[in-house]
Design a protein around this ligand. Structure first.
Ligand SMILES: Cc1cc2nc3c(=O)[nH]c(=O)nc-3n(C[C@H](O)[C@H](O)[C@H](O)COP(=O)(O)O)c2cc1C
Length: 201
């Protein structure tokens, strides 16, 4: 059975929702799934000063924090993060910077990976954010299973071939309907992981 880790960071819930859709699809594709959040690094005072952020942290307090061992466990890894100035949030970068030990042992090579993102503007840096994640994955020797234009669902969802991305309005709601695109991407990442299982590093 293929194992899938869905690793996200979210302060408003968008990337948590994208991760939930990805989890449903990976399970449908026959994979064992863990949904895991990047550990928070912001001071509690900053979280408390933002009611939406505070509510999201409270609502997801039972989601386990990702550990490097989860990446070693997984055959497929799907990342989901908000765009922060065209880049991933520091919380995710902080976690990725703890994977040096696994990288040095070659344990992240040949994982099938893909990434998703959200931003407040339709062209607010989603693609750059996804590519910033892939830069680290290339160093791992992982195999990026970007969706490209492999399914019609991509077109209704903004058509981002690097990875599903969505615009989030001022009210925190998603503008485009990306559920089908997320699910296609997750299933494809699982399929690529299955195909890679017998590859020698
Ligand atoms: C520090 C910071 C930087 C941001 N930078 C951008 C940006 O460059 N472009 C943009 O469109 N939105 C930007 N945003 C908005 C976030 O991308 C948006 O709130 C996020 O995608 C919502 O995802 P979440 O609900 O999972 O937290 C930024 C937000 C913060 C807090």
């Amino acid at each position: 059975m293929t194992k899938t880790a869905i690793v996200y960071y979210s302060s408003g819930g968008t990337n948590y929702q994208l991760s939930q859709w990805a989890a449903e699809a990976a399970k449908e594709a026959g994979s064992e799934v863990r949904v895991l959040k990047a550990p928070e690094t912001a001071p509690q005072a900053a979280i408390d000063s933002n009611p939406a952020w505070k509510a999201h942290v409270e609502a997801t307090k039972d989601v386990p924090e990702v550990k490097p061992e989860d990446l070693e466990w997984a055959d497929a890894i799907i990342f989901s993060v908000p765009t922060r100035f065209g880049n991933m949030p520091g919380q995710m970068k902080n976690f990725l910077d703890t994977t040096g030990g696994l990288w040095a042992q070659g344990k992240l090579a040949n994982k099938a990976v893909s990434a998703m993102s959200s931003a407040q503007n339709p062209h607010g840096g989603q693609e750059a954010t996804i590519l910033s994640l892939y830069t680290t994955m290339y160093h791992w020797g992982a195999v990026v299973a970007a969706p490209g234009y492999t399914d019609a669902a991509l077109f209704g969802a903004g058509g981002n071939p690097y990875g599903t991305s969505v615009t989030v309005g001022q009210d925190g709601k998603m503008i485009e309907d990306v559920e089908a695109a997320v699910k296609h991407q997750a299933k494809r990442t699982v399929k690529v992981a299955e195909a890679l299982k017998h590859l020698e590093a």
